[in-house]
Design a protein around this ligand. Structure first.
Ligand code: ATP
Ligand code: MG
Length: 421
């Protein structure tokens, strides 16, 4: 006999966990809308070429982590490993260039990366994602940071650390990279093998190496922020000025980098305490070169992506207040076959009033009442044949134990009164 288990790195989100997800999605959606972001949904798969360009063919994501396949028309497709490439593709394809700027978009949904699974790291995971497109100035960076910030704030998260850096632009970055390479060549005997390779292939990435032997070299490395061109420097100063004026604390972290040319200026991450090694709950930054790379006109943009599984871990770890999902207040039980048919009719009438209701589907009266109790129904409506012949039902309040007879013609008004419906 075949027995199946879920694919490695995936999760079943069971009913008991859904309240966390529902709350998270509600807070994300309502905060994003309050701040003027509009929802966009793009496909969960796109052409592989889009991600090769948009995420970068030299990145771990594209080189090792994508779920890629040929469809039956022999097209190269990949499950999305992140959202931004698809959102910018949709922006260009749907003519949003002519919309008033900024165009502010948010999304939520699954993403897929073939990674080594561990707590907080999965192969199918979920992100909420936001982009501010079309504005080159730092108010857009600020807006994207404030959205991330306030979502976590509304969720009640504590002890978050905002990490901030600027990695410059194609004007100033080449000079920085040369200086960094010189520094690393001076310490070539100390650094790890990976960094020896990286220093020529993907130099910025040496800055986030985790190996012990590389730490002193990283600590002494030149900082991107020391070598910004005037424009990048002014942009960064203005952004920090807003954050300071708003008294939003952040930590300058010169190790925060993105390896690719189309990422420009601002980079940030949000770290959470207490969820183990995978502590980054959110990563973002500016990508002024991306739209052009995807075949569109030059279009500035800044955005973030945030892990939802990690946010749920924080919710649990920090005992965040998460509302219970509502249960239908009415449970209908019955005694005998005639009553059962009437009970089904009554069930649909109650539902038609917009009141949540369930019916017992098995068992005698005692067992039905137990089911109602176990499922935390507030009101039980009991239909017995004698009462029905008198045109009445029994209404029991499960919280007070109080019981009364209600004429069938008055059920709607009594429910409305009792439930405030
Ligand atoms: P990490 O350094 O943890 O691998 P990343 O830099 O790859 O993160 P991004 O691509 O910036 O992450 O994605 C943004 C956020 O999405 C991360 O901060 C994290 O919360 C979440 N995330 C990324 N990969 C995974 C994964 N495999 N499983 C669960 N969440 C993830
Ligand atoms: Mg990663």
């Amino acid at each position: 006999m075949a027995r199946f288990s879920r694919p490695k790195g995936t999760q079943d989100i069971l009913p008991e966990d859904q309240r966390y997800w529902e709350h998270l999605l509600n807070v994300v959606g309502s905060t994003a809308r309050d701040y003027g972001f509009e929802r966009i949904d793009t496909p969960a798969f796109e052409s592989t070429e889009l991600f090769a360009r948009g995420v970068g063919s030299g990145t771990d994501i594209v080189e090792k982590e994508m779920y890629s396949f040929k469809d039956k028309g022999n097209r190269d497709m990949s499950l999305r490993p992140e959202f931004t490439a698809g959102v910018i593709r949709a922006y260009l394809e749907n003519g949003m260039q002519v919309w008033p700027k900024p165009v502010k978009l948010y999304s939520t949904g699954p993403a897929f990366r073939y990674e080594a699974p561990q707590a907080g790291r999965y192969r199918q995971f979920h992100q909420f994602n936001a982009e501010v497109i079309g504005v080159p100035g730092p108010l857009a960076d600020l807006e994207i940071m404030l959205l991330a910030w306030d979502i976590y704030d509304r969720l009640g998260f504590k002890n978050l650390a905002f990490q901030l850096n600027s990695t410059g632009c194609p004007v100033c970055r080449p000079t920085y990279i040369k200086t960094l390479q010189t520094h690393y060549h001076e310490h070539i005997d100390i650094i790890c093998d990976d960094c020896r390779r990286r220093i020529d292939q993907n130099p910025l990435r040496v800055l986030d190496c985790k190996k012990g032997q590389c730490q002193p070299v990283i600590a002494a490395a030149p900082k991107t922020t020391e070598m910004l061109c005037d424009e990048c420097d002014a942009h960064f100063s203005e952004l920090k000025g807003y954050l300071d004026a708003l008294e939003r604390p952040y930590t300058l972290n010169h190790r925060l980098v993105r390896g690719l040319d189309y990422y420009t200026k601002t980079v940030f991450e949000v770290w959470a305490e207490g969820i183990g090694a995978q502590s980054a709950v959110c990563g973002g930054g500016r990508y002024d070169g991306l739209a052009e790379l995807l075949g569109g006109p030059r279009t500035p943009g800044v955005g973030f992506a945030a892990g939802m599984e990690r946010a749920v871990l924080v919710m649990k770890e920090q005992n965040v207040d998460v509302p219970e999902l509502p249960v239908p207040p009415v449970f209908v039980v019955y005694l005998g076959e005639t009553a059962r048919t009437y009970a089904v009719k009554l069930l649909t009438e109650i539902r038609a009033l917009g009141v949540g209701a369930r019916i017992a589907m098995r068992g005698g009266l005692r067992s039905q009442l137990k089911q109602a109790n176990r499922r935390a129904s507030k009101l039980v409506i009991l239909l017995g044949e004698d009462e029905l012949s008198r045109g009445e039902v029994t209404l029991r309040d499960m919280e007070t134990g109080e019981q009364s007879m209600v004429p069938t013609t008055a059920i709607a008004s009594v429910l409305q009164e009792r439930l405030g419906a």
